[in-house]
Design a binder for this molecule. Sequence first.
Ligand code: NZQ
Ligand code: ZN
Length: 388
Amino acid sequence: MLGTFTYHNPCRLHFGPEALDALAGELAGYGDSVVLVYGGGSIKRSGLYDQVMAALAAAGKQVAEISGVMSNPTVEKLYEGCAIAREANADLLLAVGGGSVIDYAKAVSVSAYCDGDPWETYYLHMDEPANKIIPVGDILTMSGTGSEMNAGSVITNHEQGLKIGHVFGSEVIPRFAIVNPELTFSVPDYQMKAGIFDAFNHIQEQYFSGTDDNTSDYLAEGLMKSLVHASRIAVADPEDYEARSNISWVCTWALNTLIACGKSTDWEVHMIGQAIGAVTDATHGMTLSAVAPAYYRRIMPYGLPKFVRFATEVWGVAPEGKTDEQIAEAGLAAMEDWMREIGVVMHASELGLTEAMFDDVVKGTFLLDGGYKKLAPEDVRAILAESM
Ligand code: NZQ
Ligand code: ZN
């Protein structure tokens, strides 16, 4: 652990089939005005909306609503929500949904009282909030992003062809999260798989950085093994509670700041994935699965010892009689076998990406230097070509 860091996660997380019972106690900690934030209707179909409204009524809250938060929430939708939150003088934003809904609630939380334009302030300039922040609490319905217990918020600006995430400070982390894995049973198969790979890649993005002996890497390996094991069971039987609960818990811990401690962290797969998302509006986790194998093959020579460790520790590759390169390659091959087995997207062309879009994706890809090799724009172009 050679890095210097401060660890602070103020989110109180309630987990399990009875987790929603904790909502009443959480609501008591806030003023009367609650803005309920949700997506395109899954919470109405599942009955969760009625349960939450009943809890809000029992707590004597005045409720305003921001509905129709889309996957990959847009800047236009952000402006709309800010007006609703200000109008309601919101004491709490209660986000009920997946990563898009929770990310969006955090964006509204910092933007409603922002003096400047929030897109420019928080996403283009990456400024930190200097204004009132409305507290956020969430009820998670789909596992993957880790948004329930982190300060990330990703917003898409289609006009500018940009999808940008801002990881805020701990003051933007939701104050409470309610995670009942049973709520994830109704997540469509494609979204469940996308969420699984999203979380797997969150772990990779942190694991594939640094060369010191670091406790975070041992935690990361355990999380990856648990996720791979549970994913196989959940894909065969989506209502296997044990598997779905392990997936939910891994997804939370994959990106709630813990395993980033002492790590420089990479995030380049996410940068490419987000740039693809900006031009295709494809499902986030699938934008990552489409490019991850080509990306990791490209950087493998620069971080070979970690790729050897990934192969032996996560995938059980036997090292005997193999060169380090062969061990590392066998690890990536095992990862790809698993990806194909659970059924994530392996080709960016399946997401609607065409060669004509490569220029925009390359331009929209931020090049970071926390991983084993800082890419050049031409590397990104080659990765896209190999991922088609
Ligand atoms: O809108 P509704 O009707 O709720 O339907 C959603 C949506 O269509 C549906 N869904 C969610 N829970 C369900 C359900 N359907 C049936 N039953 C349920 N229980 O699933 C669809 C996808 O939901 P969404 O929230 O878009 O997915 P996800 O959780 O993957 O979130 C994706 C967003 O999070 C960002 C992504 O970029 C993307 O914008 N990310 C946020 C991160 C963070 N905060 O740290 C990190 C990630 O890397 C990611 O970038
Ligand atoms: Zn992600």
